[in-house]
Design a protein around this ligand. Structure first.
Ligand code: CU
Length: 675
């Protein structure tokens, strides 16, 4: 522990940038806005409890608000409302349901086009009362993330806003019981399934509330429905980010499997059975239980979604495009994908998003597959079951089939990446730069910790009866902090800006055969990426695992968020929540993949590239709002492709391991059973 403190002090003493979401005081959220957002999300299935917002929900007229679209969006939604076309309350909502998505996006548009806070808050309060709760939560989250008005507002953790989508049904039932009997309860959560199911060994990953929050947040920040013409700005490298975020989940899940003595995930085959069944043990707030799927079912055509044959046709069109090195646009134009930018186009095509150049031809492989898989329990709608877990980003990773599906798409992406020419020595070299040493402050250790979160918002209540505390305690993977120390020699006579890229991959496969460099690098988990200045001579750089740019800290609990906000509102002081404005990264405690008691071998690599060449923006070192998966409504600061330089195939590993700005080493990750 002392050693750790020492390293932390050293880290603080060395001047180096932090790329977490460290905003300056100008980045503090307006306490009143934060208050309003908290209040409309608190007990979202109940009446609004905040007197001011409740009053606003009755008095505000959406047609009298201030908008930058002449109120077109507000008029459209009000017409739907007045003509009783909107989905009722107390009904499930799924983003993959076309009509429901349309309705949610109509509200999103109204909020997004609001030009002042009283219009935004008025609409939020008004439509919270008049629209389906699921649609409302989705629209509000998307609007808070993308609207100019809410830039620094922190969204409460989704697992405390809509706990049903994150918690087992058994726990939810206990919570209802606690509420009915007015007895405080702290309910233990267990992972889904029994020990007879080997998949249960890795359920801690698919069911991790922080990982699920990360996944939902990514889809909110980079929505497939995003329409540039409508929203007035382009989301950069959205397709590539789609590939990368899911690639990282895929390789990470395989690493977790290896540490639990399971084979890596096999990809999904449309013409084979779906080997693993799944019983979600999860229920909707309204709409019953999520449907189950037995083992070894044959893929069925799903009425109103797609036929299995359609999926195979789409896949072969996409594979054709990869083999040709180009996709065909709607108008027959040829769009090359045989360069670094190709992955971005391909990501748009496969998801597909509205950025896809030809959805009529290439379809929406990913989105349709989610629905196909989600409906296999009731493919013809005979039993009127609600959508499956795969039809919600909050719940999708609970089903192991999610990872089969994504392995399948990841392999298509790999086919494309493997078609590109490997990087040459010239491209990889950073003249005059040499990594002298790389070391870690302490043993890498993972363990499970108990985490408690509130279920108050899961249960029904009335304003007259006081709340009793109801929470659940769940085990989650975490690790000891560590500091990485890197000594880099700059043999040039001038300062340079360097990009430091750190990855790790499991050294051995499930048969304890060492991965070749080429297979290992495809399985690489991104650990960190940051920029630093190197002065002539040796430079010692220390970096704490807490600062990794691929991760974010836990958002404070909803109740803490409310407390802090109310304190700031009543005292007029500033609200300090800067660290939490983006929930985009993986949870910080999730940086290390689970180890084993004897130590799981990983190969760790560090690559330093020329920051001046990589920079897509000015002032890299001063840019403090960098987040790994993209800059919040800004430009992604790194010009290199995600995963660079491991994104392309390596035919001869000496080309990369031979440059002085690359260093590899073996490390072990230990798992400690009881802390
Ligand atoms: Cu996803």
């Amino acid at each position: 522990m002392k050693l750790l403190v020492l390293f932390a002090l050293v880290a603080a003493a060395v001047a180096w940038p932090s790329f977490g979401m460290m905003a300056d005081s100008a980045g503090a959220p307006d306490a009143h806005k934060q208050h309003d957002v908290n209040s409309v999300l608190w007990k979202v299935y109940e009446d609004i409890r905040d007197p001011h917002l409740k009053e606003l929900s009755q008095s505000f007229d959406p047609l009298s608000g201030h908008y930058d679209d002449d109120g077109v969006a507000a008029k459209r939604l009000m017409k739907e409302l007045n003509e009783n076309r909107l989905l009722e309350q107390n009904h499930w909502f799924s983003l993959f349901n076309t009509r429901q998505r349309k309705e949610a996006l109509m509200l999103y548009d109204v909020l997004e086009h609001s030009t002042d806070w009283s219009t935004f808050a008025g609409n939020a309060a008004f439509f919270r009362v008049h629209m389906n709760e699921g649609e409302f939560v989705y629209a509000l989250y998307a609007a808070v993330i993308h609207s100019e008005l809410t830039q620094h507002v922190v969204l409460p953790p989704l697992y405390e806003v809509t706990p049903h989508l994150f918690t087992n049904s058994e726990v939810i039932q206990e919570a209802y019981k606690a509420k009915m009997t007015q007895t405080a309860a702290k309910i233990e959560s267990h992972f889904t399934g029994s020990k007879s199911n080997p998949e249960q060994r890795v359920a801690y990953f698919g069911e991790d509330i922080g990982m699920n929050t990360h996944h939902v947040t990514w889809h909110l920040e980079f929505p497939f429905w995003w329409d540039d013409a409508h929203e007035n700005h382009h989301i950069e490298r959205k397709g590539e980010s789609f590939f990368w975020v899911h690639h990282q989940l895929t390789v990470r899940f395989d690493a977790e499997r290896l540490s639990n003595y399971l084979d890596p995930v096999d990809e999904l085959h449309w013409d084979d059975v779906i080997h693993e069944g799944f019983a979600p043990h999860t229920m909707y707030k309204y709409g019953g239980y999520f449907p189950s799927r037995p083992d070894n079912v044959h893929f069925e055509d799903v009425d109103g979604v797609a036929r299995v044959r359609d999926m195979l046709i789409l896949e072969s069109r996409i594979r054709d495009a990869i083999a040709h090195g180009y996709v065909t646009g709607r108008d027959g134009s040829i769009i090359s994908i045989s360069d670094s930018h190709g992955i971005d186009v391909l990501g748009d095509v496969i998801e597909s998003s509205l950025y896809s150049p030809n959805p009529e031809y290439y379809g929406a492989l990913h989105n349709t597959a989610h629905m196909m898989l989600g409906r296999q329990g009731d493919p013809h709608g005979k039993f009127d079951l609600p959508p499956g877990v795969l039809e919600h980003f909050e719940t999708a990773t609970r089903d192991p089939a999610f990872f089969r599906l994504h392995k399948y798409m990841d392999n298509i992406f790999r086919e494309h990446k493997d078609s590109l020419t490997p990087y040459t020595k010239d491209e990889l070299e950073f003249p005059g730069i040499e990594i002298d040493s790389f070391s870690l402050s302490n043993r890498l250790e993972t363990y499970f910790e108990d985490f408690e979160y509130s279920l108050i918002n899961a249960v029904d209540d009335t304003a007259e009866i006081a709340d009793v505390p109801i929470s659940t305690v769940v085990k989650r993977l975490t690790h000891k902090s560590f500091t990485a120390k890197c000594v880099i020699n700059n043999n040039n006579e001038h300062d340079v800006i360097a990009t430091v890229r750190i990855f790790a991959w499991p050294k051995y496969d499930n048969n304890h055969v060492e991965f070749s460099f080429n297979d290992g690098r495809w399985n690489a988990i991104e650990m960190d990426k940051y920029w630093t200045k190197l002065t002539p001579g040796p430079n010692t750089i220390t970096r704490s695992s807490m600062d990794s740019s691929v991760t974010v800290p836990d958002v404070p609990s909803f109740l803490t968020l409310i407390e802090k906000t109310e304190e700031a509102v009543s005292s007029g002081s500033e609200l300090h929540l800067e660290d939490y404005v983006s929930g985009l990264g993986l949870p910080n405690r999730f940086l290390l993949s689970k180890g084993t008691t004897k130590g799981m071998d990983f190969h760790l690599v560090v690559f330093v590239s020329d920051g001046a060449k990589d920079a897509a923006i000015d002032g890299l070192l001063e840019n403090t709002s960098f987040n790994h998966y993209g800059a919040h409504s800004g430009k992604y600061p790194d010009k290199q492709p995600h995963g660079y330089p491991l994104d392309r195939r390596v035919d001869d590993k000496r080309i990369i391991t031979g440059v002085t700005n690359f260093k590899g080493m073996d490390v072990k990750v230990y798992h400690v059973e009881e802390q």
